[in-house]
Design a protein around this ligand. Structure first.
Ligand SMILES: [Zn+2]
Ligand SMILES: [Zn+2]
Length: 407
């Protein structure tokens, strides 16, 4: 078999991997670079020319793993979880110039093996900051490759990792994400510990605004737990309210709990009568009306940078003892839109706290995967410091982008 990291041996995000057997040739993930610059480099047989790939498999719905799937030739099948696709489309229906996936995709489901020529591929659910993320086990020619995608063991599903890896068993080759290899090697805080940190910092505020990713469902649970511990009501914005209808009903949401409100941001309000938005707003109409009252009590609400005008407007009326919790990757703060947002918060005299835990594997997670699956070869990717993997294994093979490894 042959493995090539086409992109991702020296960067986080925008990654894609090629795996070839005697008969089949597949790609895993096809995303945009994290710097937000849309790069349109063509890949022969994937985005241009005669198709040479038998399939593209998407591990999860983060932009840096799936952002380019519309560039893939029509004749190359793309496999992606229908649920992950729906979540992505719901979130980005509300964002400008993004969102719609135009091409057909074939559903990928947890532990349902698909066959592509002589290759068998099995997705396993894994803990990550995107709901419904997969690790992929690829089997062909009597060999077994595990591609971790993005993963961790410190979220609410983290304890499942051990069992999943035991189920997978011994593998020949591990392709692992290495996001945190360039950072200080510390044990990551868990989502549960994050709850306590947020409670501690925000308990004396009446209004808490959580700047967070709408697809980070673990963080929604964290927000709910903070609310329970600090006697606040939870308010979800209209986007999150819709996303929660697609995922677990275990988290209180505006339709299954009278204690949860729905906020309709001004930018959505002005588009409310457009056909594509109606289906997202209609089910929540009554709850949106009732939320007006909740805004005058103590509450915690998720926000997005696009809600800047809403916050300015609410500042005059209800936000009299308010803080913002920045609960995302620090790196986004370099982007203009985040800088502008955070500066505005300072201008409005709103306190800001950075409280977040990473969606990525820390050293305990690397050790766990390597110990349980006992790979003969470990290839790091999705990293800015691939050499560092040697601290965890003497089986490391360090590749450059496009370089082939045959085994
Ligand atoms: Zn990623
Ligand atoms: Zn990710």
């Amino acid at each position: 078999m042959k493995v090539r990291i086409l992109k991702g041996t020296n960067q986080i995000g925008g990654v894609f991997t090629e795996i070839s057997s005697k008969e089949a040739k597949i790609i895993i993930d096809f995303g945009d670079d994290l710097d937000g610059v849309k790069r349109l480099e063509n890949i022969e047989g994937l985005t241009t020319g005669k198709p040479v790939y038998d399939g593209v498999l998407i591990t999860h719905n983060h932009q840096d793993h799936m952002g380019r799937i519309d560039d893939i030739l029509d004749d190359v099948p793309v496999y992606m979880s229908d649920l992950s696709r729906k979540i992505f489309e719901t979130v980005f229906c509300f964002a400008k110039n993004k969102g719609k996936i135009h091409r057909k995709t074939i559903n990928l489901e947890e532990e349902k093996t698909i066959t592509i020529k002589d290759m068998k591929i099995t997705p396993y659910i894994v803990d990550h900051s995107a709901y419904n993320s997969f690790m992929l086990l690829i089997e062909a020619e009597g060999k077994r490759i595990l591609h971790t995608g993005d993963f961790r063991n410190h979220g609410y599903k983290g304890s499942l990792l051990e069992n999943t890896l035991k189920k997978i068993g011994k593998i020949d080759l591990l392709i692992t994400e290495g996001t945190t290899l360039s950072r200080e090697q510390v044990k990551s805080k868990t989502e549960t510990e994050l709850v306590d940190d947020i409670v501690e910092k925000t308990k004396n505020y009446d209004q808490v605004l959580m700047l967070m990713s709408t697809t980070n469902i673990d963080r929604v649970t964290t927000m709910q737990r903070v609310a329970n511990k600090t006697g606040k009501t939870v308010i979800h914005d209209i986007v999150l309210s819709n996303v929660l209808q697609l995922v677990t009903q275990k988290i209180p949401n505006a339709l299954n709990s009278k204690n949860v409100g729905v906020y309709l941001p001004g930018s959505v309000y002005i588009k409310r009568d457009k056909e594509e938005y109606k289906k997202y707003i209609e089910p929540f109409k009554e709850r949106i009306n009732e939320t007006g009252k909740l805004l005058h009590g103590k509450f915690i609400m998720n926000i997005r940078v696009s809600m800047l005008k809403d916050i300015e407007r609410l500042k005059d009326k209800v936000l009299n003892n308010c803080c913002v919790v920045y609960s995302m990757w620090e790196g986004y703060q370099k982007e203009e839109i985040y800088k502008k947002f955070l500066n505005k918060m300072k201008e409005l005299n709103i306190d800001i706290y950075s409280l977040h835990v990473s969606g990525h594997a820390d050293y305990t997670a690397f050790n766990q995967v390597i110990e349980i699956t006992k790979p003969n070869v470990v290839i790091p990717m999705h990293t800015e410091n691939k050499e560092k993997i040697k601290d965890f294994t003497d089986k490391a093979v360090i590749l450059e982008d496009m370089e082939a490894f045959n085994f």
